[in-house]
Write a protein that binds this ligand. Structure first.
Ligand SMILES: NC(=O)c1ccc[n+]([C@@H]2O[C@H](COP(=O)([O-])OP(=O)(O)OC[C@H]3O[C@@H](n4cnc5c(N)ncnc54)[C@H](OP(=O)(O)O)[C@@H]3O)[C@@H](O)[C@H]2O)c1
Length: 395
C-alpha cells in the first residue's frame, strides 16, 4: 500500500485499517504536505521504504527523525512519485492538489483507492483516459460511492465492474445518493446569515477534515458526489438523485428497472469503505461498521432543501454543462470555502461566489492536464474576484 495524505482524516483511518490486519497489508510509502511530526511517528510505526513530503520547508528535520534506510522524497512531485509503485494507492489528499496522485497511480496501472473526489471531478476527461491504462482501476472510498459500487457489483458481477465507466447496459432506473443534511438541516436561509465557522464544522454524524466538513454543511459535498458518481459509473445526471437521510446508516442505493432497491447499510465509520477498497475483491475480516439491529434508532428520509442549499443544484448545473464547468465549480468552491474559513466571507456567500465563477465559464472539454490546470486556475480567479467584492461590501 502507498498511503498518500497519510496524516489526514482518511489517511489516519487507513492506517487504522491496515493495523487491524497487519498480515494482509504492507505499507511501502506514506506522504503528506506539511505534518512532519505525524509523518515521523507514522514512519517509525509502519517502517515504509519511502516517505514523501510535499512542502520542503521542514525536510531536514523530518529526515533526521526517519528510521535508518527510509528514503525521503521532497517537493511538489514527491506525492505523485510514491503513487507509482504500490499494488494499492490510497489518495487521501484534500482538494485539487490530489490530481497528480490520481493520475500517477492510474498511469502506472495501479489500483486507486480514491477518497480525493476533487481530482476526478475537476480532471474527469483526463482521468478517464488514465483509467484506461492496463491494470488501472478505481475503487471508491467515498462512503456513498463505495455503497453504489457494492450494489452494482451485486447486480453485475466483478467482470462488468471492471468496465466502468462503460458498463454493459444495466437494468437500472436510478441511483440514489444519501446525504446526512449536515449541521444546518431544517434551518431557513435567513437563520443561516450569521453562522460561524465553528457552527459549520460541527457535523452531526461524521468526523472529517475541515474542507469536506464545510462542503457537507453547504451540500456542495453532495453536489460534488453527484459528479463523482457520473464519472465513476457512467450514469446520466437525470438518473442520479439525492435524498437526505440524517442517521447516515443507508450509505446509498440503486433502483432496478423492476422497482427493486438495493442499498448498503452500516454504521457511519469510514474504515469500512476504506477497508473495502484496500481488500477488493476480497472482504476485510474486521467488521468496522456492523449494526446492532436491536439498538438502531428509526431511520428517516426527506428531500433536500434546494432553496436553502443552492450548492447542490450548482453542481448539477456544472455536471450537465460538462466541458470545463466541473473544474471551474471545484476550483471556485475551494476558493470560497477557504475564504469562509479565513473569515473573509459569510457562509451564505459561498454559493454566490461559485455561481459568479460558473457564469463566466466557457472553456471547452479539457483534453490535457494543462487544460485541467488552466480551467482550475480560471475558476479560482473569477471566484477570488467575487470574494474580494463580497469582502469589500461587508466592511
Ligand atoms: N474525511 C472523511 O471522512 C472523508 C470521507 C469521504 C471522502 N473524503 C475525501 O478525502 C479527501 C481527504 O479528506 P480528509 O478529510 O482526510 O482531509 P484532511 O483531514 O484535511 O487531510 C488532508 C490530507 O491531505 C494533505 N494535504 C493537504 N494539502 C495538501 C496539498 N496542497 N498537497 C498535498 N497534500 C496535501 C494533508 O497533509 P498535511 O497533514 O501535511 O497538511 C493531509 O494528509 C478529500 O478529498 C475528501 O473529500 C474524506
Amino acid at each position: 500500500m502507498s498511503v498518500v495524505g497519510s496524516t489526514g482524516s482518511i489517511g489516519t483511518q487507513t492506517i487504522d485499517v491496515i493495523n487491524s490486519d497487519p498480515a494482509s497489508f504492507h505499507v511501502v510509502a506514506i506522504g503528506a504536505a506539511t505534518s512532519v511530526d505525524l509523518l515521523a511517528a507514522q514512519a517509525l510505526e509502519l517502517r515504509p521504504d519511502r516517505v514523501a513530503l510535499a512542502d520542503p520547508r521542514r525536510a531536514t528535520e523530518l529526515e533526521e527523525r526517519l528510521p535508518a534506510g527510509t528514503e525521503l522524497l521532497v517537493g511538489p512531485e514527491a506525492l505523485a512519485e510514491i503513487a507509482k509503485s504500490a499494488d494499492v494507492v490510497v489518495n487521501g489528499v484534500v482538494g485539487f492538489a490530489g490530481l497528480p496522485v490520481t493520475l500517477a497511480a492510474l498511469l502506472a496501472g495501479r489500483r486507486l483507492a480514491l477518497a480525493n473526489k476533487e481530482s476526478l471531478i475537476a480532471g474527469g476527461p483526463v482521468v478517464q483516459v488514465a483509467r484506461a491504462t492496463a491494470g488501472a482501476e478505481i475503487v471508491p472510498v467515498d462512503s456513498e460511492h463505495c455503497a453504489i459500487h457494492q450494489c452494482l457489483r451485486a447486480l453485475l458481477g466483478e467482470k462488468d465492474m471492471a468496465r466502468m465507466p462503460h458498463p454493459p447496459s444495466m437494468p437500472l432506473r436510478r441511483i440514489v445518493l444519501t446525504a446526512s443534511g449536515g449541521p444546518f438541516r431544517g434551518r431557513s436561509q435567513r437563520s443561516l446569515a450569521e453562522v460561524t465557522v465553528q457552527d459549520a464544522l460541527a457535523h452531526p454524524t461524521w468526523t472529517m477534515g475541515p474542507k469536506i466538513t464545510i462542503d457537507s454543511s453547504t451540500l456542495m459535498n453532495k453536489g460534488l458526489e453527484v459528479i463523482e458518481a457520473h464519472e465513476l459509473f457512467g450514469i446520466g445526471y437525470d438518473s442520479i438523485e439525492v435524498v437526505v437521510h440524517p442517521q447516515s446508516i443507508v450509505h446509498s442505493m440503486i433502483e432496478t428497472t423492476d422497482g427493486a432497491t438495493l442499498a448498503q447499510l452500516s454504521l457511519p465509520d469510514m474504515r469500512l469503505p476504506i477497508g473495502y477498497a484496500l481488500a477488493y475483491p476480497d472482504r476485510l475480516q474486521v467488521a468496522f461498521g456492523a449494526i446492532d439491529w436491536t439498538q438502531l434508532p428509526p431511520i428517516e428520509f426527506e428531500p433536500p432543501d434546494r432553496a436553502t442549499f443552492p450548492c447542490l443544484d450548482l453542481a448539477y448545473r456544472a455536471g450537465r454543462e460538462g466541458g470545463a464547468a466541473p473544474a471551474w465549480l471545484n476550483g471556485a468552491n475551494e476558493v470560497a470555502v477557504a475564504a469562509f474559513l479565513d473569515g473573509r466571507i459569510r457562509w451564505i456567500d459561498i454559493p454566490a461566489v461559485i455561481s459568479a465563477a460558473l457564469d463566466e465559464c466557457s472553456a471547452p472539454v479539457p483534453s490535457t492536464v494543462d487544460d485541467v490546470l488552466e480551467s482550475d486556475r480560471a475558476g479560482r480567479e473569477f471566484a477570488r474576484v467575487a470574494v474580494d467584492r463580497l469582502a469589500r461590501a461587508s466592511l
